[in-house]
Ligand binder design. Sequence first.
Ligand code: ATP
Ligand code: MG
Length: 570
Amino acid sequence: MRMTKLFFNTLRETPADAEVISHQFLVRAGYIRKLTSGIYTYLPLMLRVIKKISNIIREEMDAQGAQELLMPILQPEELWKETGRWEVYGKELMRLTDRHGRMGALGPTHEEIITALARDEIKSYRQLPVNLYQIQDKFRDEIRPRFGLLRGREFLMKDAYSFDADEAGLEESYKKMIIAYTNIFNRCGLETRMVRSDSGAIGGSVSHEFMVLTRTQSGENDVLFCDSCDYAANSNRAESRMLPADTDGKFTDAKEVDTPGIKSIEDLAKFFNIAPSAICKSLVYIADKRPVMALIRGDQAIEETKLLNAIGANEIRIASDAEVREHLNAEPGFMGPVGVNIQIIGDESIKELKNFVVGINKADKHLVGANWDKEIKFPAKIADIRLVQPGEGCPECEGKLETTKGIEVGNIFKLGTKYSEKMKATFTDENGQEKPFIMGCYGIGVSRTAAAAVERYHDKDGIQWPIAIAPYHVVVVPVNVTDEQQMSTAEKIYNDLLAENIETVLDDRDERPGVKFKDADLIGFSVRITAGKTLVEGMVEIKIRSTGELLKVPVGEAVARVKDLILKEC
Ligand code: ATP
Ligand code: MG
């Protein structure tokens, strides 16, 4: 490809709405252009990256026996009603109405469609197992579309669905996908960790996420991982051994005490000269429009996704002061689990509390010396709803947990019969009995994977693509296109590289060398070959993007050297 022909524009300025590196560089380097919020055009450079990732995905999925198909994007409402998700999925589902008034949605995921297909096509256990996948645009009306390709409203996903006759079969299918995913991300040059996760709206019980640990501030997920074993989990699922703390308030008598204007745990602890861990903290949330009170040890914080799952809600947010007053008839800061008729859920951490301090829904008062099932009723529902903190103990070994930001690039779920039962998708087993399919589903964010690679591999000048997914391997730069020797040398190297099947761009633009070098770094060609002043010594200069290393090589050896470098990196 000649740069004068390549459809691209680089920008010197960072776009105002681009908060994260991948968004900034992908726009500046001419990979993507925004159409509207969360929706982007993939320009030719981007499409090359996307195709490379997609091809790696196809090869590894096929190697595990999965088969590619392509399902419609537009999905009828009826199927979503069969599973109940028409109501449950909420505002993320992009709904629309056709000219006959029939409702439908643009697919955010395809469990309903594939289950309906399996219901019609798979009759007997002899046809199992089956794993079907597609690579397709998905639509989700995300509440906060942001970060460019990391969280779009239209984005490219690989989604796969497995059908098995029994649990053992699902186990097998799941394992195969773990192998496929591990290979896919390795081949894309991305180091990932497989972490336990929450199953969210898709449901099912066991699920894992594949996370690119970015080592930067970007990445929307917090991942906790053990410093000595394999344990890693999304913070919405992580468990830990808590650090030892003083959970005894040591008040000998239970009594109400005036605490004028003292609302925060910190101020209460100071006021009573006790540890925050000897206070019971009460928080009120609005879960699907109803109020819920959550109790936790004073030094700990609530993990909202855990809470959401524990009470089986779809949406949750902390209640406003006005809502606390309305539902509890209490002042925020003084509320507590007494005399209220809303659901109360306690975190495991409150079990240890003794002679503790707690709000009682009376302004400017707290109860001290409280004990469970004496002054305060122990909540009927207890669950792990606590946010794990770095420094706490690993739940599986003696190690310590650390935290980092991660970007979820893939997700695998054991669905079991969640969809097949609701949709009556059954097959006949060996004994002639009708059984629901045992299903799994497996997603990869293709466009997000590309952006995650940029988050992970860049420097201040631009992108440092892993070579397997770089749009082109090499750029050949004649410093001055009006210099005949430079131009003819560059042309020859360019043609020789193409003949070796090395993906090469010739920067034949009549631009200053500074502009060409800046663009080469920004776009992230893996190798730059410069035909400039060194030609008088019969040399060209080779620059390796990932390391910045500069080599001087005789003109005649350039192609062989570059070929070697690329093979080595691949
Ligand atoms: P998230 O927690 O990030 O919203 P999810 O759990 O909703 O992700 P899945 O439904 O499992 O995601 O989708 C499979 C994959 O699709 C994810 O692992 C992710 O890589 C990608 N993905 C999901 N939502 C988006 C989005 N809005 N933009 C780009 N990629 C996405
Ligand atoms: Mg999501």
